[in-house]
Design a protein around this ligand. Structure first.
Ligand code: PLP
Length: 264
């Protein structure tokens, strides 16, 4: 596979993993004076706040990306959105979304021009209708997720130090998307696969977020084998417990009780 030739950094794409907000201000300070864009992956953190910053408000980052896939905090079936505060860039994105076409009313009321190759990345009106009503429920969804996370944090202490809650950053109000607990599988004496399967037989679904991207064949093909010990250490221990707004407090108890039966 062809290696990328220009190695200079064009953009940084921080991910607000699980809903906790990356310190974009600090990131911005590191790249001050350089022509580097910040494109935040805000898919997990919709509704989150850190001081005066609201996720996706575009006051720090150049662009924020959101996904409205069914598993996300708000859903449109599929699709997503990009938020930004730059009208010219917004115009460019609108054109790229729709076959690279821009209207040219100076030529005629019917006229448009295609200056570059775009795509069809349009969301349908049906999806957007759903998205608008979902957006109105965002506060409710967010509060419910916060309550469930607090309950998990309390109840999971019975399983420490075999299972620990996610590390939480100070001074922010996350829009929790995942409850990615930290498991010490060596001390538990079972593999992650064994724990996941035992949980399934108790009626509890879990997932791993995520396999480190640099280990995916596409990226090893592109960049060779990379060693990123932080990402790998995180991956070894992570397992996400169920978290969704229709979940009830009793469901959190069910998950914790199932874990106790399997692990203690
Ligand atoms: C879901 C998700 C994506 C991908 O979203 P699509 O709608 O499938 O393009 C990217 N990043 C994060 C963090 C996500 O959660």
């Amino acid at each position: 596979m062809e290696q990328h030739k220009d190695k200079s950094i064009k953009a940084i794409l921080p991910v607000h993993l699980a809903g906790q907000i990356v310190d974009l201000q600090a990131l911005k300070a590191v790249i001050a004076g350089k022509n580097i864009k910040i494109i935040a992956d805000s898919c997990h953190a919709i509704g989150g706040k850190q001081g005066a910053y609201s996720v996706g408000d575009g006051t720090i980052e150049d662009m924020s990306c959101f996904s409205f896939h069914p598993v996300k905090t708000i859903c449109m079936g599929e699709g997503g959105a990009i938020t930004l505060n730059d009208p010219d860039l917004a115009e460019r994105l609108r054109a790229l979304r729709s076959h690279g076409m821009i209207k040219t009313p100076n030529i005629g009321a019917w006229a448009y021009e295609m200056n570059e190759l775009g795509y069809n990345y349009r969301a349908t009106d049906f999806q957007c209708a759903l998205g608008i009503t979902q957006l109105q429920k965002l506060d409710r969804f967010k509060t419910k997720r916060q309550e469930l996370v607090s309950l998990y944090n309390q109840m999971i202490t019975d399983l420490a130090p075999l299972i620990l809650p996610p590390k939480q950053l100070d001074g922010q109000e996350p829009g929790w998307h995942l409850y990615a607990a930290r498991f010490d599988f060596d001390a538990i004496g079972k593999t992650r696969d064994q724990v996941m399967k035992a949980l399934i037989s108790e009626g509890v679904g879990t997932q791993v977020h995520y396999i480190p991207v640099h280990n995916q064949p596409y990226y090893t093909g592109l960049y060779g084998t990379q060693t990123l010990p932080g990402a790998e250490a995180y991956y070894q221990k992570t397992l996400s417990l169920p978290l969704y707004p229709l979940m009830e407090k009793e469901d959190v108890c069910t998950v914790i009780e199932a874990l106790k039966r399997i692990i203690l």
